[in-house]
Ligand binder design. Structure first.
Ligand SMILES: Nc1nc2c(c(=O)[nH]1)N[C@H]1C(S)=C(S)[C@@H](COP(=O)(O)OP(=O)(O)OC[C@H]3O[C@@H](n4cnc5c(=O)[nH]c(N)nc54)[C@H](O)[C@@H]3O)O[C@H]1N2
Ligand SMILES: Nc1nc2c(c(=O)[nH]1)N[C@H]1C(S)=C(S)[C@@H](COP(=O)(O)OP(=O)(O)OC[C@H]3O[C@@H](n4cnc5c(=O)[nH]c(N)nc54)[C@H](O)[C@@H]3O)O[C@H]1N2
Ligand code: SF4
Ligand SMILES: [Mo]
Length: 898
C-alpha cells in the first residue's frame, strides 16, 4: 500500500447519504487535521452539518482496533487470514455453502462491497450475504423494483430547489440530512410560495419548519396515500397520456382503494378531515411535487406498500423524472446506494442485476469466470441471525456494522452470536457490543485512511480519499476480503492491488451485455487508470461508455417512460391498507417509535469520541406526551423503564407535547459501551415486511413505568471509570477532557464517602483534597475534588434528579478554584453571577447554550438571524436553526398568552 500524506485532500463525508464533499487539510508541522465543506461539490456546495464539521475531532486512535486478534490474542495478518479462509472452506466443505454467511454494511465503500459480494456469491457459492441496508433501504428497493422494474431513484437534489410542494414522509430531514434540509429551507426562503408538508407522528424539528404537519397515527401512511389516490381519481387529476403510454395496472390499483374515502381515511390515520382535504387539494393543484421519504416509510411491516402507495400517486399524475417532481427515497448511510448498486443484499447480484434472473446470473458468472454461482437468494438479515441462532449458519463474518445494537430483538441476536461456532468481525473500534462476541477481530482502515467510492441519494458517485497513514496493522476492507478470497484458493479472481483496479472491473461489469437494458451503467469508467481514478470528480450515473445508448444528459429517469420492466411500462401496485404487525393491548398500551438525534451517528463508535457532539444530548431518553407521562406516573426529568415483551431500557424521561399521545420515542444510539441499559433494540420487535424483509423498527407495543430510584447522581470525573455497577448510568466525554456521568440506583451505598472516593479517584493522593457537604435528612450529598488547587471531579447525590448547572460545572473542570466562596459555589452546583451558566448546548459548532439564547431572545432577538448575529449560534452548519426558531416561538407564545 502506498501511504500518501497530502496537505490538501478532497474527499466525502463518512456519515449520511447526502454525501457532502469535504476539503481536508493536514498541517505539515504537526499533522493537525481540519475539515471544511468542499465548495465545488454539487451535493453541499461547501456546507456541512454538525457531524461533518466535527470530523477532525473523531480521528484519535483511542479504542481503535489496530491488530488482528484471535480470541483476544494479537496475531499476524497471515495467521488471521489463514484461520478465516480455512474455517470458511472447511465449514462449506462439511455443511454446504449456505452454512456460512457475511453480514456487511452500507458504510463499506463500493470497492469493499464489490469484493465481499463477489467472494460470497460467485466463489463460495451462497447468497448468504446481507447488509444493514436491510434495516434501512430494503423497502425502497423492493418498492422501486415493483413499480419501475429496477431499483432506480428517478430524481436529483435540484428537484427540491424547484418543487412547489415538498412532502416529507417519515423523514426527520432537519436532523438526519441537515445539509439537504438547509438547502430546502433556502429554496423556500427564495420562493416563499413553496409549501412543505411533513408526515410524521412526532412534531420533529423538521415538522417545526413545515407549513402543514400531519401527525398521523403510526403505521398508517398507506391509508393516507390511498386516500390521496382516491381523491386524485375522483377529481380527474390523472395524466391520461402518461398513464396510457407508460404505465400498467392502473385499474387494479384503483379497485384496491376500498375504504379510502375521506371519512374512513380520517378515522384510520387519526387526522382531521380538514387537514386531509388541505393536503389532498394541495397535491392535486400543484404540478411540481416531490415526495421525499425515509425510515418512517421503510422501517415498517407495510414499508414496501408505503413506498408503492406514494409512487402510485406520482405515476397517476405523471409527476416523475421531470425537474421539481417525483418520488424521492432519501438514503441513510454514506454508501447505501452504492451497496445496492453492487448488489450487497441477499437477493441481488452486482450492478443492479437480480439473483433470480437466470440471464443475469449467466452474465455475472461469465464476467467473473465464477466457479460456483449462487443460484437462489440468500437469507435476509433478521432470518440470517435466526439461522445463526438455530445453528444452520456456523461461520459468520460481520463487517462495518454493529448488529448486537442495531438489529431488532437484539438480545436474541447477542445470544445467536454467543452460540455461533465461528464469528469474525472487521471493525475500526476495539470495543463494541458486537466485537465482544468475536473469535477473530480484523482491524479495518477507517475513514481518512482508505480509498474508494460512495454513491449518495441522488446517484452521485464520489471518491473517498485517504489522507492519513494506515495506523497499526489496519487494512482496507477490500484488502481483507480479497486476502481471504486468495486464501480460499482463488488467487487470480482476487488479485487486486488497489481500489482503482476494483472500480475498473466493476464499471466494466455494469456495461457488460447491457446495451441499455439495465439502469445501472457506468461503463464509461471501465478500465479506468489509477491516475484517473485518483482525480475522479463526482459524477452521476448512468454514465455509459461512449456509443452505448444512455439516458438523457440531465441524469433523471422516466420523464418519458422507459421503465425497466419487460414492456418498459411502470406498474401501479395495489396497496390495501394493513395495520402494523404489533398491536397494543392492556399490557403494552403504548407504541414505541425509534430513530435518530441530531449529533450522534448510530451506535456512537465515532461521534461519541468528541465532547462537542455529546454536549447536545448526553443521555439516552424517552420522549412521551404529558398525558401518557401522567398516566404512567413519570415525573419531568425522572427515569423511566420502557419495556416490551422482549426487553427493557432505563432512560431519562423527556415529557413533551411534540409526541402524539399513545406514542413514545427512544433514540437508537445508546449501547452498553456508554450506558447501563440504553440498548433500545433489545426492546424492539422483529416483525418484518413480507416483501422486503425490512424490520418494523418504528412500531413496538411497550409500557412505561418509573424507575424506582432510591437516589440520583451526577458526577464529573477525570478518567472514565470502569465497571460502573449502578442500575442506571450514562457516560459522555466533556470539553477539556474528563467525563460526565448520570447515575441512579434502587439501593443506597453503605458509605457515600467510599463511593465518592472510588468514583472521583482522588482520595489519598498528597496533592488532592475533597470538599463534602451532607444533609442526611434530605438525602443530599455533594463532593468536589481538587488536585493542585484545580477542580478535578464532583459528585452530586439527591433523592430526586439532580438539578446542578451541569454545563457551568463542566466549564470549571481543570480550573483553579482558590477562593473558599467559589469552592462552596461549586458544591452548591450553581453559578454565582447571572449569565455564567450557559445551559444545555444547542449550537454545537459555537457551543452556545440554551440560557444564552433565551437571554438574547428576551433582549429583543426575535428571529433566528438576530440570534445568530448576537451569538453566532446557527451561523455555521445551521443544524440547530430549527431549535432556535422553536425557542423564539415558545417565548412569543408565552408573551401572547400573558
Ligand atoms: N444525525 C444522524 N443523521 C443520520 C443518521 C444518524 O445516525 N444520525 N443515520 C443515517 C441513516 S443510516 C438513516 S437510515 C437516516 C434516517 O433518517 P430518517 O428516516 O429521517 O430518521 P429516523 O429518525 O430514523 O426516522 C424518521 C422519522 O420517522 C418517523 N416515523 C415513525 N413512525 C412513522 C410512521 O408510521 N409514519 C411516518 N410517516 N413517520 C414515522 C419518526 O417519528 C421519525 O421522526 O438518517 C441518516 N442520517
Ligand atoms: N431501533 C432502531 N434500530 C435501527 C434503526 C432505527 O431507526 N431504529 N435504524 C437502522 C438503520 S437505518 C441502520 S443504517 C442501522 C445502523 O446500525 P449499525 O450499522 O449497526 O451502526 P453503526 O454504529 O454505524 O455501525 C458501524 C460499525 O462499523 C464500524 N466501522 C466504521 N467504519 C468502518 C470501516 O471503514 N470498516 C469497518 N469494517 N468498520 C467500520 C463502526 O465502528 C461500527 O462498529 O441501524 C438500524 N437499527
Ligand atoms: S449532511 Fe452532515 S452527516 Fe450528512 S454528509 Fe453532509 S456533513 Fe456529512
Ligand atoms: Mo440507515
Amino acid at each position: 500500500m502506498l501511504q500518501r500524506i497530502a496537505s490538501k485532500t478532497r474527499t466525502t463525508c463518512p456519515y449520511c447519504g447526502v454525501g457532502c464533499g469535504l476539503v481536508v487539510r493536514r498541517a505539515a508541522e504537526d499533522g493537525a487535521v481540519s475539515v471544511a465543506g468542499d465548495p465545488d461539490h454539487p451535493a453541499n456546495a461547501g456546507r456541512l452539518c454538525s457531524k461533518g464539521s466535527a470530523l477532525a475531532e473523531t480521528l484519535s486512535l483511542d479504542d481503535r482496533l489496530l491488530h488482528p486478534l484471535v480470541n483476544g490474542q494479537k496475531v499476524g495478518w497471515d495467521t488471521a487470514i489463514d484461520l478465516v479462509a480455512d474455517r470458511f472452506a472447511q465449514t462449506t466443505a462439511e455443511h454446504g455453502p449456505d452454512s456460512v454467511a457475511f453480514y456487511v454494511s452500507g458504510q463499506l465503500l463500493t470497492e469493499d462491497y464489490y469484493v465481499a459480494n463477489k467472494l460470497m456469491k460467485g466463489f463460495i457459492g451462497s447468497a448468504n450475504i446481507d447488509t444493514n441496508s436491510r434495516l434501512c433501504m430494503a423497502s425502497s428497493v423492493a418498492g422501486h423494483k415493483r413499480a419501475f422494474g429496477s431499483d432506480t431513484v428517478p430524481g436529483t437534489y435540484s428537484d427540491l430547489d424547484s418543487a412547489d410542494l415538498v412532502v416529507l414522509v417519515g423523514s426527520n430531514l432537519a436532523w438526519c440530512h441537515p445539509v439537504l434540509f438547509q438547502r430546502l429551507l433556502a429554496a423556500k426562503a427564495a420562493r416563499p410560495e413553496m409549501v412543505i408538508v411533513v408526515v410524521d407522528p412526532r412534531r420533529t424539528m423538521t415538522a417545526e419548519a413545515a407549513d402543514l404537519h400531519l401527525a398521523l397515527k403510526p403505521g398508517t401512511d398507506v391509508a393516507l396515500f390511498n386516500g390521496l389516490l382516491a381523491h386524485l381519481a375522483a377529481s380527474q387529476a390523472v395524466d391520461g397520456v402518461f398513464t396510457a403510454q407508460h404505465t400498467a395496472g392502473f385499474d387494479a390499483a384503483l379497485a384496491a382503494l376500498d375504504g379510502a374515502g375521506l371519512a374512513e381515511t380520517a378515522a384510520v390515520t387519526g387526522l382531521p378531515v380538514a387537514d386531509l382535504n388541505a393536503f389532498y387539494d394541495l397535491f392535486r393543484r400543484t404540478g411540481k411535487v416531490v415526495t421525499a421519504y425515509s425510515q418512517g416509510v421503510n422501517q415498517s411491516s407495510a414499508g414496501t406498500d408505503k413506498v408503492n402507495s406514494i409512487i402510485n400517486c406520482h405515476l397517476y399524475t405523471g409527476r416523475i423524472g421531470r425537474p421539481g417532481m417525483g418520488p424521492f427515497s432519501i438514503t441513510g448511510q454514506p454508501n447505501a446506494m452504492g451497496g445496492r448498486e453492487v448488489g450487497g443484499l441477499a437477493n441481488q447480484l452486482a450492478c443492479h442485476m437480480e439473483l433470480d434472473n437466470p440471464e443475469h446470473r449467466r452474465i455475472v458468472q461469465d464476467f467473473w469466470q465464477a466457479p460456483r454461482m449462487a443460484s437462489r437468494p440468500g437469507l435476509k438479515a433478521v432470518d440470517l441471525f435466526e439461522a445463526v441462532r438455530a445453528g444452520k449458519v456456523k461461520a459468520l463474518w460481520i463487517a462495518g456494522t454493529n448488529p448486537v445494537d442495531s438489529l431488532p430483538d437484539a438480545d436474541r441476536v447477542r445470544a445467536a452470536l454467543a452460540a455461533c461456532p465461528f464469528v469474525v468481525v472487521s471493525d475500526v473500534a476495539r470495543h463494541t457490543d458486537t466485537t465482544a462476541l468475536a473469535h477473530v477481530l480484523l482491524p479495518a482502515a477507517a475513514w481518512g485512511e482508505k480509498d474508494g467510492t460512495v454513491t449518495n441519494s441522488e446517484r452521485r458517485i464520489s471518491r473517498q480519499r485517504g489522507f492519513l497513514p494506515l495506523p497499526g496493522e489496519a487494512q482496507p476492507d477490500w484488502w481483507i476480503f480479497a486476502a481471504v478470497g486468495r486464501g480460499m484458493g482463488w488467487a487470480e479472481a482476487f488479485a487486486y492491488r488497489n481500489a482503482a483496479e476494483i472500480f475498473a472491473e466493476y464499471a466494466a461489469l455494469s456495461g457488460f451485455r447491457n446495451a441499455g437494458t439495465r439502469d445501472f451503467d457506468i461503463s464509461a469508467h471501465a478500465g479506468i487508470t489509477r491516475d484517473a481514478y485518483d482525480s475522479l470528480p463526482p459524477f452521476q450515473w448512468p454514465l455509459p461508455a461512449a456509443g452505448q445508448p444512455g439516458i438523457d444528459g440531465e441524469k433523471r429517469f422516466f420523464a418519458a417512460g422507459g421503465f425497466f420492466t419487460p414492456d418498459r411500462r411502470a406498474r401501479f401496485v395495489p396497496t390495501p391498507f394493513r395495520p402494523a404487525r404489533g398491536a397494543t393491548d392492556e399490557r403494552f398500551p403504548l407504541v414505541l417509535n425509534t430513530g435518530r438525534i441530531r449529533d450522534q451517528w448510530h451506535t456512537m463508535t465515532r461521534t461519541a469520541k468528541t465532547s462537542r457532539l455529546m454536549a447536545h444530548i448526553a443521555e439516552p431518553f424517552v420522549e412521551l406526551h404529558p398525558d401518557d407521562a401522567a398516566a404512567c406516573g413519570i415525573a419531568p426529568g425522572g427515569l423511566a423503564v420502557v419495556e416490551s415483551a422482549h426487553g427493557h431500557v432505563i432512560v431519562r424521561a423527556d415529557i413533551t407535547p411534540a409526541q402524539r399521545p399513545g406514542s413514545v420515542f427512544v433514540p437508537m444510539h445508546w449501547t452498553d459501551q456508554l450506558s447501563a441499559a440504553g440498548r433500545i433494540d433489545a426492546v424492539v420487535n422483529a416483525h418484518t415486511d413480507p416483501v422486503s424483509g425490512q424490520p418494523e423498527l418504528k412500531f413496538t407495543p411497550v409500557r412505561v413505568r418509573p424507575f424506582a430510584a432510591a437516589w440520583h447522581g451526577f458526577a464529573l470525573v477525570a478518567a472514565r471509570p470502569s465497571g460502573l455497577a449502578t442500575a442506571y448510568w450514562a457516560v459522555a466525554p466533556v470539553k477539556g477532557g474528563g467525563w460526565r456521568i448520570e447515575l441512579a440506583d434502587t439501593t443506597t451505598p453503605e458509605d457515600w464517602d467510599v463511593f465518592a472516593g472510588e468514583l472521583l479517584g482522588s482520595t489519598g493522593a498528597a496533592d488532592s483534597d475533597m470538599l463534602a457537604y451532607h444533609d442526611g435528612a434530605a438525602g443530599q450529598h455533594r463532593y468536589a475534588a481538587f488536585r493542585d488547587g484545580c477542580l478535578s471531579g464532583a459528585l452530586f447525590v439527591a433523592p430526586q434528579p439532580v438539578s446542578a448547572a451541569r454545563n457551568w460545572l463542566i466549564g470549571r473542570i481543570g480550573q483553579k478554584v482558590a477562593d473558599p466562596r467559589d469552592r462552596l459555589r461549586l458544591l452548591a452546583g450553581r453559578a454565582g453571577e447571572a449569565g455564567a451558566d450557559h445551559g444545555v448546548v444547542v449550537c454545537s459548532c459555537f457551543e452556545v447554550g440554551v440560557n444564552q439564547i433565551a437571554t438574547a431572545i428576551a433582549q429583543g432577538c426575535h428571529s433566528v438571524e438576530a440570534v445568530g448575529a448576537a451569538l453566532q449560534a446557527g451561523t455555521n452548519c445551521g443544524s440547530c436553526r430549527s431549535e432556535i426558531r422553536k425557542l423564539i416561538n415558545a417565548r412569543q407564545q408565552l408573551q401572547n398568552a400573558g
